[in-house]
Ligand binder design. Structure first.
Ligand code: XIL
Length: 390
């Protein structure tokens, strides 16, 4: 048995719990203890958020940083570990902003997830990769670019990152097929590219949880996306690709049509049956289908979230819950998907004034109601450095 390079998870949780109490700055975090991190830790789980490096929704904003310390025991950089941020060119790395987040998390006793080593969608790759000249041997040049990237990032954060989104969103929602990029075309296929990414990550970061992360969801209209993700996960299992978990992004949409609860349960059951663990990696709620009035909107968001978390946490394979930002004011949804009535969206646990909303209470209640995560499933990947199925 190979000991994980990072401290063992129980120790990490204990440390994080201590940090949460110690870091409660008066007047900054208004939610009374227990924090979401403490509630999660009591169940063998972790609660956390995406965070930026800058002074808006980032660790350089003291008030936001205090809220992170108060509520979280795991963080994930929102953009700072993506190729677009880390790779100004094919030959350079810029670790500064990502390092600032990792240092903040460590000094606060929090774990860190890495997001992501390959976002295999043209739109989300750096501009210099578009039409990139891979030379006379494109397959080996592209493989070299990809594996050098993964090795460099994994080695840079050796022992400091407990879980990596190795590949992000490579299943196309419209028909479930696999996306193509300059890199995957040069390598000669997306499945080969995904396989290479995971194998490289496993070798470079043994003992780290390796995740395929995507946004298939439970709303109607996600059928092809869910089916495509299942096909990909099956294909990866068949190849023996070292994937430990599915990252279920969980950008929920509150809309008129009811969620497809049964289809969603079947989908998650199929994922778990293949031996994958689950990570709720990017939770938030798009509230465009809810009324503008704040009390009704917040109640609608909270009710939807409670249903969702109750279902998701019924799977013991789900131990980590991360939201995509703690405060509405810094949420990507304000820009990505503004409401048609112009009102700021309210899909995060705290509002723009750092005040806890009903969504925070819903998350707290769902974690409190969840059964403790069984110790025997305590991170097989962390104990052995191998996938469960391999
Ligand atoms: C988003 C960030 O929040 C934005 O700031 C950025 O402009 C685009 O990306 N799925 C993911 C995340 O995997 O990386 C995305 O983050 C949100 C959707």
């Amino acid at each position: 048995m190979i000991a994980p390079p990072h401290c063992d998870r129980r120790t990490a949780l204990r440390l994080a719990g201590t940090a949460v109490i110690g870091a409660m700055a008066p007047g900054l975090a208004r939610a009374a203890p227990p924090s979401l991190a403490q509630l999660a830790a009591a169940k063998g789980m972790r609660f956390g958020s995406a965070v930026a490096a800058h002074a808006g929704g980032g660790v350089a904003n003291p008030r936001y940083a205090a809220l992170m310390r108060a509520e979280c025991n795991i963080l994930v950089p929102e953009n700072e570990m993506k190729w677009q941020a880390l790779r100004p060119s094919a030959h350079a790395f810029n670790f500064g902003p990502a390092d600032a987040i990792v240092a903040f998390a460590e000094s606060s006793g929090m774990a860190v997830r890495g997001h992501n080593l390959l976002w295999n969608r043209p739109k989300w790759q750096p501009a210099w990769l578009e039409g990139y000249d891979f030379g006379v041997r494109p397959a080996s040049a592209a493989a070299d670019l990809l594996t050098t990237h993964i090795r460099t990032v994994c080695e840079h954060y050796h022992g400091r990152i407990t879980s990596f989104d190795v590949v992000n969103e490579t299943v196309l929602p419209e028909d479930g097929s696999l996306a193509r990029t300059a890199i995957s075309d040069a390598i000669g296929g997306t499945l080969d590219t995904v396989d290479l990414a995971f194998r490289t990550a496993r070798a470079a970061a043994p003992g780290v949880q390796l995740v395929y992360n995507d946004y298939m969801s439970w709303e109607p209209g996600n059928e092809a996306h869910r089916a495509g993700v299942l096909r990909l996960l099956e294909a990866l299992r068949k190849r023996g690709t070292p994937v430990d978990a599915l990252g279920v992004q969980s950008h929920l949409i509150a809309q008129g049509a009811a969620p497809q609860q049964r289809a969603w349960r079947d989908f998650i059951a199929a994922v778990v049956a293949m031996g994958y663990d689950l990570v709720i990696s990017e939770f938030d709620v798009r509230d465009r289908g809810l009324p503008r009035a704040i009390a009704a909107r917040d109640a609608g968001v909270a009710a939807l979230a409670r249903d969702y978390f109750d279902m998701m946490l019924s799977w013991p394979q789900c131990r980590d819950v991360l939201v995509w930002g703690l405060c509405d004011s810094f949420s990507w949804l304000q820009g990505f998907e503004p409401r048609s009535d112009g009102a700021p969206t309210r899909g995060c646990p705290y509002d723009g004034d750092y005040t806890a909303k009903p969504l925070r209470a819903a998350i707290a209640a769902a974690i409190t109601a969840a059964s403790p995560r069984p110790a025997d499933r305590l991170a097989d990947w962390a104990r052995t450095g191998q996938t469960i199925a391999s």
